[in-house]
Design a protein around this ligand. Structure first.
Ligand code: FE2
Length: 305
């Protein structure tokens, strides 16, 4: 294989015992987001991938019902959280990572290219010098090919941009957390029209992911059901995606995908929570510095997106 990082990831998948890589998923119906808890039964170590802080935009109030369900599971299973992994700076929900970290510990990590996102949105929100654009809000920044582990389970980080410039996928044993790249086979792929997004780049990232072993378990960040399907779903395999993903099954070429993706993106509204989400998530899930009255505020830039 000419892609050494994918070859290393494939080896991790092949050597894993699926029974020894446990994944429990939590679905937040308000934002259609899935939070995954991966754990190693041999050591009790765990990673939490893409959490949700509940947010009511009308009142500006946050709450922790979604995150508390994850915390209850982690405690009840007696797990020790090593990592809080973000696949990207989400545009449709606020991350609960700081709250989870306070309650459960663990290192908060995202991809190195979050710096690009911080720069782009730092300008859009006219953030002053108090907003550091160096990723220092996170404990760790992953580069393409970085190896890590969850307990005794080996893992590797893949940079899979396109939806945003900073998207990561995490291969942990035979479980692959692919963020917003592909959705379920009957729903297709993530949009590529946010600032820094690129459908060509997304196509190539997906082709890399789909060159992993066919049995790799793929865990998604979102599900919206699909016409004809009544239940939410968030787990599939490389084989299923290659056979039947409506946008990116085997045989779809890059130009046809890009034409389809651009036409479809042109019809999509901005996500309901994009402005609050990005302002919080580019800070690693922290709220902006409080003003002198002790209150944090979010901005609403007019005519920018
Ligand atoms: Fe996203």
């Amino acid at each position: 294989m000419s892609d050494p990082v994918i070859a290393a990831a494939a080896e991790i998948v092949q050597q894993a015992d699926p029974a020894a890589v446990q994944v429990r998923s939590f679905f937040d119906e308000a934002t259609f987001t899935v939070t995954h808890v991966l754990s190693d039964p041999a050591t009790g170590k765990a990673a939490i991938i893409d959490s949700v802080l509940d947010f009511d935009p009308a009142s500006g109030r946050t709450s922790t019902t979604s995150a508390d369900a994850v915390i209850a599971y982690v405690r009840e299973q007696g797990l020790e959280v090593e990592w809080l992994l973000e696949t990207h700076a989400h545009a449709d929900h606020l991350s609960a990572a700081p709250y989870l970290q306070e309650q459960l510990g663990g290192r908060l990590a995202i991809g190195r290219h979050i710096l690009t996102v911080q720069n782009v949105f730092g300008k859009i929100f006219n953030e002053g010098t108090r907003f550091a654009r160096d990723g220092s809000q996170f404990d760790h920044l992953f580069d393409e090919g970085d190896r890590f582990s969850v307990g005794s389970i080996p893992a590797i980080a893949l940079h899979v941009p396109g939806h945003t410039p900073a998207d990561m996928a995490y291969v942990i044993g035979d479980a692959v957390f692919i963020g917003d790249t592909l959705f379920m086979p009957d729903y297709g792929s993530a949009r590529a029209d946010f600032p820094g997004g690129d459908a060509h780049v997304l196509y190539r990232s997906v082709r890399r992911l789909l060159s992993l072993p066919e049995a790799s378990r793929l865990f998604l960040c979102h599900d919206y059901k699909a016409p004809g399907r009544d239940t939410y779903a968030w787990e599939t395999t490389v084989a299923e995606q290659r056979r039947s993903n409506v946008h990116l099954h085997d045989g779809v070429n890059e130009d046809d995908f890009v034409a389809m993706r651009k036409a479809r993106d042109a019809t999509l509204d901005m996500p309901r929570l994009i402005l609050p989400s990005i302002q919080v998530n580019m800070r690693g899930g922290h709220f902006p510095e409080p003003e002198e009255n002790g209150v944090s505020y979010l901005k609403l830039p007019l005519n920018q997106l």
